[in-house]
Write a protein that binds this ligand. Structure first.
Ligand SMILES: [Zn+2]
Length: 159
């Protein structure tokens, strides 16, 4: 049995539009919020962490190497394209994605309301079971941020 895991992590500061915050998008779902990610791409931390988890599991270069934030092409880019690229690389390498586990740490917006939508959105791109847990900073930070940990399990399989 050839099974591997990969871990992905991402963090974005959140700010108002005046501070450079973009629309709040979490796992491809646009979430109502006065603050949003300050980022070069669309700042979708869930997409970024999950993409890195898959890339890591299959031994591919990481997101920042494949899609540098210094490239104008990647400015405001829809991060589902990054995730789809990682899924394609996995499939081409003969890997089947087993499941994805995600933890989102964010005080506001609360992700509990959007959890199912985010799971459905990720599932449509990955085609594997997705689980998402929401946590808060428990008052340990004054800064607004979204932080995401993701783990991907892949196995060699027949298509
Ligand atoms: Zn990111």
């Amino acid at each position: 049995m050839d099974i591997r895991i990969g871990h992905g992590y991402d963090l974005h500061r959140l700010g108002s539009p005046a501070q450079g915050g973009k629309k709040m998008v979490i796992g491809g779902i646009i979430v109502e919020s006065a603050i949003g990610p300050i980022a070069h791409s669309d700042g979708d931390a869930v997409m970024h962490a999950v993409t890195d988890a898959i890339l890591s599991a299959i031994g591919a270069p990481d997101l920042g190497t494949l899609f540098p934030d210094t490239l104008a092409d990647n400015k405001d880019r829809n991060s589902s394209e990054f995730l789809s690229d990682s899924v394609m690389r996995a499939n081409e390498g003969g890997w089947v994605i087993g499941n994805i586990d995600v933890t989102v740490i964010c005080d506001s917006p609360k992700i509990s309301t959007y959890k199912e939508q985010i799971c459905t959105s990720l599932h449509s791109l990955i085609g594997a079971p997705i689980n998402i847990k929401g946590k808060t900073y428990e008052g340990t930070t004054k800064d607004s941020a979204i932080e995401v940990h993701a783990v991907a399990l892949v196995q060699r399989g027949k298509h």
